[in-house]
Design a protein around this ligand. Structure first.
Ligand SMILES: [Ca+2]
Length: 276
């Protein structure tokens, strides 16, 4: 009996799901949730963000050739979000902030290049201005877990963002001429995101915790509550124009100095995320 009721419920659910829209409104609760848009545009700059469906993955050194702080490999689950298809460009920064701080010698003044020479605190100022005009949408930096999940095309075992072919995917020491390049000129990863390996390092929201992976919560880990040592600060990810291949790996962790607001090297930029 119980089995029959369950079967009948399943059939009704399928019928409801398949009901054409022109047959009138569905009963409350019968419609499946609308699929999220694959791409949204930020209203001020037109910046494109792609949908990253939520999921669980093994975060860290899954390929076994990383550094100590990439271990232990541990399960992490993130809710779905949108992530910038590209690193934030100099043109987008200028639209929001009215100036362009970038100093990379090959990209200075090129609005299609990633903005560089922005500290973590500078990025917070950028986000503050953007959010003031965003009509309730909140843009922010990705957590370290969101960044790695997205870079690995939704948590896959990818050495670089999009696979093994680093020359196809990333601007790094062996092909960049030691300069930044216009965003999106290398192949995207499996989610359509460009330059998550290489070009500029990308600031994340998290404080850097060398041993954080040993105590990270599974669901939407926010990173350590504060700085974990005298010389550690916010996590940067993805490697850069002057990095060797090992530095462009999706699981590689590094950091920049946030507290002094002084870390404005031309090797660090960022991209934004938002929740739907
Ligand atoms: Ca990058």
């Amino acid at each position: 009996m119980c089995r029959r009721i369950r079967a009948l419920t399943a059939v009704m659910a399928i019928v409801a799901w398949r009901a054409p829209a022109d047959e009138g409104p569905m009963a409350p609760g019968a419609a499946p949730p609308p699929a999220p848009a694959m791409l949204v545009k930020e209203a001020v700059t037109g910046m494109e963000l792609l949908h990253v469906p939520g999921g669980c993955f093994q975060m860290g050194d899954v390929l076994g050739d990383g550094d100590e702080e990439e271990t232990p490999v541990h399960e992490v689950c993130v809710d779905g979000f949108y992530m910038g298809k590209h690193e934030v460009t100099q043109g987008q920064w200028k639209q929001v902030m009215g100036s362009n701080p970038s100093r990379d010698p090959g990209c200075k003044g090129d609005e299609a290049c990633p903005v560089d020479s922005v500290s973590w605190s500078d990025v917070q100022a950028f986000l503050g201005r953007l959010n003031a005009q965003a009509g309730g949408v909140r843009y922010r930096l990705p957590t370290e877990a969101e960044w790695e999940f997205a870079a690995r095309s939704g948590g896959k075992r990818e050495r670089y963002a999009g696979g093994d072919d680093i020359d196809r995917l990333a601007w790094y020491a062996e092909n960049s001429g030691r300069r930044n390049h216009p965003v999106g000129t290398k192949a995207p990863n499996g989610l359509g995101l460009h330059d998550m390996s290489g070009n500029v390092w990308e600031w994340t929201a998290d404080w850097f915790g060398e041993d954080y992976y040993a105590r990270s919560p599974r669901d939407n880990p926010p990173g350590p509550a504060g700085p974990a040592g005298p010389n550690v600060d916010r996590v940067i990810r993805g490697g850069c124009k002057t990095g060797e291949a090992a530095s462009e790996r999706t699981s590689r962790r590094s950091y920049g100095y946030q507290r002094t607001s002084s870390d404005r090297g031309d090797k660090i930029g960022f991209r934004v995320v938002r929740r739907p």
